[in-house]
Design a protein around this ligand. Sequence first.
Ligand SMILES: [Zn+2]
Length: 295
Amino acid sequence: MAVSAGSESLIVNAMSVDVEDYFQVSAFERHIARQDWEHLPCRVEANVERILTLFERHKVKATFFMLGWVAERYPAMVRGIVAAGHELASHGYEHIRVVQQTPEAFRADVIHTRQLLEDIGGCVIQGYRAASYSIGRDNLWALDVLAETGHRYSSSIYPIRHDLYGMPEAPRFPFNPDEAFKRGNGLLEIPVTTLKLGGRTWPCGGGGYFRLFPYALSRWALQRVNQDDGQAAVFYFHPWEIDPEQPRQQGIGLKTRVRHYLNLNRMESRLDRLLGDFRWGRMDQVFLGQSGALA
Ligand SMILES: [Zn+2]
């Protein structure tokens, strides 16, 4: 749980990176076939390198939710993340949203990815984040599968209203789905952070929103969560968000184009400020009070 020794500013928040390349995002699903991934120029390794340098500069340890597909191709990058003291966690094998998977396919995916990451990283994998926060009211069975396959926490339910994902009635802060939904067998669900304002729940834990809003607004929202809610925040971003030079995808709609490309050139300097303005740690250390032992 959050460290609070008398002052809210001492709360340690959780920093996380969803490691996927620019062509693997759900918004491009209908435009780029998975079999074409092999032929696209990868930029993830260089971008992760820049993120590691940024984290090192601020002495921040974070959690990297890694796609199995990426880990297989860049094992040295994965080992570099672990060697630098960060937590390695699972983002599934190839970014298939859980809403598109049967329970059997999901089980096979999370078992395979967890084993793959443990073999490459040499560490225990405790955490899982679903592609595009795709666990919600229609597939809560996925929480049972995650617990049964050795995961200790999930960060896959986004308690907001959104056109692509979200479960607005879910709790805003880490909760035991056993109590809330009779699901999950002791798994801890750790939602990305939201702010309650004017009777509505607003996303403030990263993604496109962090690029859309002025930095001062994001900072204010996270301060409210730390000070008013007294809770640790969970922030996430992607390696491609600090890469304005990435190849531009053609033929996508306006909304997708804005969401993906908006303010990419401002992201790294904003992250730099964010890392300096708050205290940050790994998901497992902030919420489980521990780090994974060596396998
Ligand atoms: Zn993702």
